[in-house]
Write a protein that binds this ligand. Structure first.
Ligand code: MG
Length: 437
């Protein structure tokens, strides 16, 4: 059900196409009654259930970014957009001077280890977002996006979780996951193996991206349990896995979307396919070079949970696959990894932010400074620093101590600033901008 209450919510932002009467605006859906189906069509903003905490400002930022990304992905439908705020908005005087109050810098955030740890919200997280959303001396509203390597859910589901946990309006379009750029390969590969994540979630993510024929390890085990002798499908897994004869099926590519829940059987299947003839189960390529390509959503070797020490993640599975392939064939396998620190992820973020500025200010320039806040030197800091070398924007890396990085140790990739938590990171960036003026 759609939630809309003009008394309590800010006026809708209208994108008006020149020469047409079409108005586009992001749909606002309340956490209280939104369904997964609601989230699959067009730009959407999830607002907190209680209007008192649904700050108009955070909704505006979420909404404008939602529209920017929609324009990026569907340029033909929304050419030369101009943005208009409704006349009856309480914020009208402020909005008409939006370019004066919305700064030319933005924040980019990693999620796990910055806002969340082991699924729980870090204490300073809510205040950090409140400040960005305008609760500060100057009343400036600072836009932000999330670049997360964590995946295994659609961007929309992640957005729902976060909006609930942090009590702010968030749009799925503010999320760039490790697997987001994989959607561009849906046209290239027909039958694909998708690995990782809970239950059937990654099959749905892949289908949502447009992949036509998605196979999971569960489908292969259901077909022949002896493929993975120690793997027993639960009743639920058996019911969800597809009944299919894989004798004549060629798997054209392997995508690791999220962390494997069963490394042994997933590795067994991945390695068989990598060494197969054209991705057909039960075959062996003599040269070991006829298997399908493999793509990983990210390359983080460890990640932080509610446990005291870091845990192994997708990057560690990648190392294991490479080592076993080498052991079995004597050859090196080529793998492709997405997510931070890969350039593809930062490029995508830049395009979203640039489109956002173009929509709002008719300014095609990217933001002057992007403060990028993360907890993992090898992905967040490395990615931000390397991207900065070739970017028009100044990517300013900030390391926090609430996740993978341990205070007092020497990070392998040096941030431009180290602070204790995300709140300090936000205060530091905003204070630096104040001094610049
Ligand atoms: Mg992290």
């Amino acid at each position: 059900m759609q939630y809309y209450n003009s008394d309590t919510m800010p006026a809708p932002l209208h994108i008006q196409n020149e020469g047409s009467n079409t108005h586009h605006h992001a749909r606002r859906l309340s956490i209280a009654d939104v369904t997964k189906e609601d989230l699959s069509h067009g730009p959407t903003v999830i607002v907190p259930g209680s209007p008192s905490v649904g700050s108009p400002t955070s909704t505006t930022i979420a909404e404008t970014i939602a529209l920017a990304r929609d324009h990026l992905e569907h340029p033909a439908e929304t050419q030369e957009p101009a943005v208009e705020f409704e006349e009856d908005s309480d914020d009208v005087s402020e909005n008409s001077q939006l370019s004066n109050v919305v700064p030319d810098y933005v924040f980019g955030f990693d999620l796990d280890g910055v806002f969340l740890r082991g699924g729980n919200v870090i204490p300073e997280a809510k205040e950090a977002l409140r400040i960005l959303n305008g609760d500060n001396e100057e009343g400036v509203k600072v836009p932000y996006i999330f670049l997360t390597n964590g995946g295994g859910k659609t961007e929309a589901e992640r957005c729902l979780d976060l909006s609930r946990q942090l009590d702010v309006a968030v749009s799925p379009e503010q999320f760039i996951c490790g697997h987001t750029p994989m959607s561009e390969m849906a046209a290239q590969y027909h039958t694909v193996l998708v690995v990782g994540g809970e239950g059937e979630k990654c099959r749905h993510v892949a289908e949502n991206y447009g992949f036509k024929d998605v196979v999971t390890p569960g489908d292969l085990v259901k077909w022949k349990p002896s493929v993975c002798p120690f793997r027993k499908l639960t009743d639920e897994e058996y019911a969800n896995s597809k009944e299919r004869d894989f004798t004549d099926v060629n798997i054209e590519a392997i995508f690791v979307f999220a962390d494997s829940r069963d490394w042994a059987s997933d590795a067994q299947i991945i390695l068989e396919l990598l060494m197969s003839k054209n991705g057909r189960m039960g075959t062996v390529s003599e040269s070991h070079t006829e298997g399908p390509p493999i793509f990983f959503a990210h390359n983080d070797v460890v990640w932080s949970t509610s446990y005291d020490l870091t845990r192994y993640g997708m990057g560690a599975l990648r190392i294991m696959i490479e080592a076993l392939y080498k052991e079995s064939t004597g050859k090196t396998i080529d793998v492709t990894t997405y997510g931070k620190p890969s350039k593809a992820t930062f490029d995508y973020a830049t395009r979203v932010l640039q489109q956002w500025r173009k929509d709002l200010f008719d300014d095609p320039a990217p933001p002057r400074t992007v403060y990028f806040v993360g907890d993992t030197p090898e992905s967040d800091i490395r990615g931000s620093n390397e991207y900065d070398e070739h970017s028009e924007s100044d990517w300013y890396s900030i390391l926090v101590e609430t996740g993978v990085y341990e205070s007092g140790t020497e990070p392998r990739y040096k941030p431009r600033k180290t602070v204790r938590n995300v709140l300090e990171a936000v205060k530091f960036g905003m204070e630096r901008e104040r001094r610049r003026k």
